[in-house]
Write a protein that binds this ligand. Sequence first.
Ligand SMILES: Nc1ncnc2c1ncn2[C@@H]1O[C@H](COP(=O)(O)OP(=O)(O)OP(=O)(O)O)[C@@H](O)[C@H]1O
Length: 281
Amino acid sequence: MSGSPVPSRPKPFIEFEKVTVTFGRGAKQVQALSETSLEIAEGDFVALVGPSGCGKSTLLKLVGDLIKPSSGYVYVAGREIGAQPVRIGMAYQNPTLLPWLNIRDNVMMPLKIVPPFRGEFRAKRKTEFRERAEALLAQVGLSGFGDKFPWQLSGGMMQRANLCRALIHEPELLLLDEPFGALDQFTREELWQIMQELWMTKKTTVLLVTHDLREAAFLGNRICVMSARPGRILDDSEVAFARPRTIDMTYQPDFVALNQQLRSLIVSARGGTGIVQAGSH
Ligand SMILES: Nc1ncnc2c1ncn2[C@@H]1O[C@H](COP(=O)(O)OP(=O)(O)OP(=O)(O)O)[C@@H](O)[C@H]1O
């Protein structure tokens, strides 16, 4: 050995150390996660896939500090979760926009709540914040819709506004739980491209839960496949396709091969053949 220093690996931004989660007690006890360890680097985009009910959302809720592990540790930014505030943006399948606020005010809502913006909101920065909201809305194709109310927008438009709301306070971490799941294929693909563009400009660390393997491979830098419940990480692989990725790329042989590989991993994790019998669910 030359004696030159070994380059130190950057500390992961998110770290799960032997985390388990069990809900309920006694006969009603459900183990959602078996011992799970996982590291996510700052600025990474990780897609989490796996059989239904395997604990994907549970993993996301742990990172969002919405639930606590039954055992093990979750670290974010080098400290145990909850020990120091981390700015988190979240978007779920249902956009949950407040119906009595227009789109601009919905998007600006985190700035009224989340420090350090909260204190600055009432004072001088309100105009600046409004401009920030308008700029984000323009980036997702919603220029001129700031004055509209949620009920005046289509599902896809609401989900775009929802993404803006998740990003307005410049989160260090973005948690996405099937945010495009309820949309038609074309709107979904359009939003993948918008999401990719937003991530490429902001480089926020993203954890995405999805059932859509094309979506995972289009958006993720890494795909983690979980086992059936109680979930654990079965497979963790890099997605090497160059960015920006295009929808056409998702029909190329190497992309399709990755999807097939992911699909067979999940089929075997479910313990099935992948063939759905008539009448079965
Ligand atoms: N608060 C809770 N109380 C009791 N059981 C729960 C609770 N939350 C989740 N579970 C159970 O834990 C398991 C994992 O749930 P989770 O929502 O994390 O799965 P998932 O992989 O996100 O599912 P899906 O893909 O179907 O959305 C499921 O069996 C679920 O019923």
